[in-house]
Design a protein around this ligand. Structure first.
Ligand code: GRF
Length: 202
């Protein structure tokens, strides 16, 4: 039996960060593997990518009329049923409740396409360009109930050039996201963030 830690990845769409994490875990020396990919959108392209990598997928949509509490309870059931050690949000488009973030304290992280605390929220690339910013990037952070507000674990910056379009800049940031996320996950299990209360391989 593999002693590797179990990752649960939550997505809502394309899933390229999830795919980059899956690729990293294909190296046997990587300390974790992807146990389940959960999406709040059954149309998410990332679900097909996960399936083609033979990873278990679950679509848990929030049906109209259902409360956030009910929706999150279904996600908790899937995560706990799979014995997940670390939950990685990767393009997951819903804000999680305080009850959810507290339940998984030390085991819940996100990647965001900006150098937090700058540019929380959506449309970060367009806003950086509109502001004539010269530096942009991505952040992996602990998730709390404040949107994009938890403790920062690591960041990578990229330059912004005068003729950048939103698409070009997004691509430059995304290439760094794909490297950074799997690196931080490995470092978490190596104990690098134990002082912040993050789970370790111990
Ligand atoms: C990424 O830019 C991520 O930082 C943000 O949403 C995007 C998701 O892309 N939270 P993907 O689904 O991982 O391709």
């Amino acid at each position: 039996m593999s002693g590797r830690k179990k990752l649960g990845i939550l997505i809502s769409g394309r899933g390229s960060n999830m795919e980059a994490i899956v690729a990293a875990t294909q190296n046997e020396s990587y300390p974790a593997r992807v146990e389940v990919v959960i999406s709040d959108n059954r149309e998410a392209a990332g679900l097909e990518t996960a399936k083609s990598n033979r990873i278990k997928t679950v679509a848990i949509e929030r049906r109209s009329g259902a409360s956030r509490q009910d929706h999150e309870a279904a996600i908790v059931k899937a995560l706990d049923g799979a014995g997940i050690d670390l939950i990685c949000l990767a393009g997951y488009m819903r804000i999680l409740s305080k009850a959810f973030t507290e339940r998984y304290e030390g085991r819940l992280i996100n990647i965001h396409p900006s150098l937090l605390p700058e540019y929380k929220g959506l449309d970060t690339h367009a806003r950086v360009i509109a502001d004539k910013g010269t530096t942009h990037g991505c952040t992996v952070h602990i998730v709390n109930d404040e949107m994009d507000g938890g403790t920062i674990l690591a960041q990578t910056s990229v330059p912004v050039f005068e003729d950048d379009t939103e698409t070009i800049l997004a691509g430059r940031v995304l290439a760094q996201e794909h490297k950074l996320y799997q690196k931080v996950i490995r470092e978490i299990f190596e104990g690098r963030f134990a002082h912040l209360g993050m789970v370790t391989d111990g």
